[in-house]
Design a protein around this ligand. Structure first.
Ligand SMILES: [Zn+2]
Length: 323
């Protein structure tokens, strides 16, 4: 006897059958996720570079206020970031006080070199010595971890140069403080401060809106690319500079991430993802780790731009918006 499949009975009952099947499938997935403690779909940790990238004074908020604003945005979300310290920017009493405040709140204190050299430009000797000089500035803090972030995310122009620093990091116990979600928010900050310099009372909401949209779009771009390259979701590290833009709008940005399905996690948790021990075979080396892995796979050459992020990609739209 041939069993009549549900589809042959009637369109209505087939739809009901489908709906039930989907619902039970969804429930099964949900139960499995809870049972296995599976990670939610999109996770990111905040990493902050270049405390403090702006000069001492900016309109609206002074150095202390900017620092406090960024710290309190993180505190409000109960997340611990990684702070990549550029030594020369904090090598004074005020700078040391600020790093100490970050340390006290439990954020990772990491090395972003002393002089913020462009590695391909200065070469291995100067760059590696400068990384050690940067270490002296941060190594005394209890939250110090041997994570090294390359300025401009440039890790070597050639295979030889890239591998020299990889060997240096291994020899000195360092891991690469990779960024997976890169962006050009620094360019928005630049424009906003320029506007404020001429118009102290300017309405900044358009800068805020562009910032949120830009960061969300870069986050989704790198998340989609990561899933295509690695065939799984990864824990992301987003790069945000310590600047006036972040001081004013980091709370809004973190809220926006959450409302777009992102779970905010600690940097410590993010860096445990095995993706961060990868060493992509690319030259020039660097950019977002996700970009580099995509590049190394050889499968995305048609869609990958170089550099991966830069103000030139955003200028036209910011011009059009009058930013
Ligand atoms: Zn930097």
């Amino acid at each position: 006897m041939i069993r009549v499949p549900p589809v042959a009975r009637s369109p209505v009952s087939f739809m009901t059958y489908l709906a039930r099947a989907c619902l039970s499938g969804m429930l099964a997935c949900l139960v499995a996720q809870i049972a296995c403690g599976a990670a939610p779909a999109k996770e990111l940790a905040v990493t902050i570079d270049d405390l403090d990238i702006n000069s001492d004074d900016t309109p609206r908020l002074d150095l202390d206020q900017r620092d406090q604003a960024i710290l309190s945005a993180l505190r409000r979300e109960h997340i611990k970031a990684a702070l990549f310290v550029c030594g020369m920017r904090v090598d004074n009493d005020a700078g040391r006080r600020h790093v100490a405040a970050w340390n006290q709140e439990g954020h990772i204190i990491a090395n972003h070199t002393y002089s913020h050299f462009d590695y391909p430009e200065v070469g291995y000797q100067a760059f590696s010595q400068d990384a050690l000089r940067g270490e002296q500035i941060v190594s005394g803090y209890s939250g110090f971890q041997k994570l090294l972030r390359f300025p401009y995310l440039k890790e070597g122009a050639t295979v030889e140069q890239r591998d020299q620093m990889r060997q240096f990091m291994t020899a000195h116990g360092y891991r690469n403080g990779y960024v997976t979600i890169d962006a050009s928010e620094w360019a928005i900050d630049e424009r906003m401060r320029k506007r404020l310099a001429g118009h102290p009372d300017a309405d900044l909401s358009a800068y805020r809106d562009f910032y949120l949209e830009h960061m969300l779009s870069r986050a989704d771009y790198y998340d989609t690319l990561a899933r295509q390259v690695l065939h799984r979701p990864i824990r992301h590290t987003v790069l945000i500079h310590a600047n006036l833009l972040a001081a004013l709008y980091l709370p809004d940005l973190l809220t926006a991430f959450k409302s777009h399905g992102w779970k905010l996690i600690d940097a410590q948790q993010a860096y445990q993802d095995p993706v961060f021990s990868k060493t992509p075979d690319t030259a020039p080396a660097g950019e977002s780790l996700v970009w580099a892995l995509a590049k190394a796979s050889g499968k995305f050459d048609a869609v990958l731009r170089y550099p991966a992020e830069d103000s030139v990609y955003e200028d036209k739209r910011m011009d059009a918006l009058g930013l």
